[in-house]
Design a protein around this ligand. Sequence first.
Ligand code: GTP
Ligand code: MG
Length: 236
Amino acid sequence: MRLPSMSQPFLLAPIAECPPGPPGAQVRLAVLGARGVGKSAVIVRFLTKRFIGDYEPNTGNLYSRLVHLDGDHVAVQIQDTPGCIQVQEDCVQVLDSLSRCVKWAEGFLLVYSITDYSSYQSIQPLHQHIRKVHPDARTPIIIVGNKADLLHARQVQAKEGLQLANELGSLFLEISTSEDSQGVCDVFQYLCKEVSKLQHAGSTDRRRSSIIPRPKSPNMQDLKRRFKQALSSKVK
Ligand SMILES: Nc1nc2c(ncn2[C@@H]2O[C@H](COP(=O)(O)OP(=O)(O)OP(=O)(O)O)[C@@H](O)[C@H]2O)c(=O)[nH]1
Ligand SMILES: [Mg+2]
């Protein structure tokens, strides 16, 4: 069964047509990775709890829904992305939309397939690209090795995934979207929480900086010091 394009209630417009919305009003996540690693499957699993098995190779759909998070309802938007991530001249169009998506999102899920070594190799450049756009190390990025049910076809060892994630300073998990709905939900819940935390921290910082008095200009302080010095030498 194919995932119907615009008939799902949670499916919005592609990223290029979607207005950014006010900051803090929603959590914006993006799922990135090489072709065929299960990006669409993982999103649909999270949103519907179902594994359909056959997904339209996508051109970048944006999904949206309310998620229950620590007693609150949070509006979550999830950007699915096309699988073409090679830095080649003929992929410029896709890379453009990918860059837009990276700028737009606040939390990231990087997916490779444990059955495809080249998809694993694409994680590092993707991670670097995200960190360039979001230098704040608190911007959450989770790396997942998907298709963990296909052990007989494994090309990437779990320890390689873990090692890469450690090097990049990210969390790592192997999941099977087809067999384990809980692992998928945990990943998205974690991302939502981390982004929400960051949004709250940001608004607290902004409030603080508006009530802390501005430090006095160093020139003024210097002038006062010199004035005092001049005064005391006159007194002597
Ligand atoms: N066995 C197994 N198959 C999976 C799993 N996740 C996804 N698949 C299959 O992998 C294939 C690709 O899944 P998609 O979700 O379309 O992958 P994608 O990354 O969105 O692919 P593109 O949009 O073409 O880049 C489909 O046939 C899925 O059924 C998994 O955990 N286990
Ligand atoms: Mg897809």
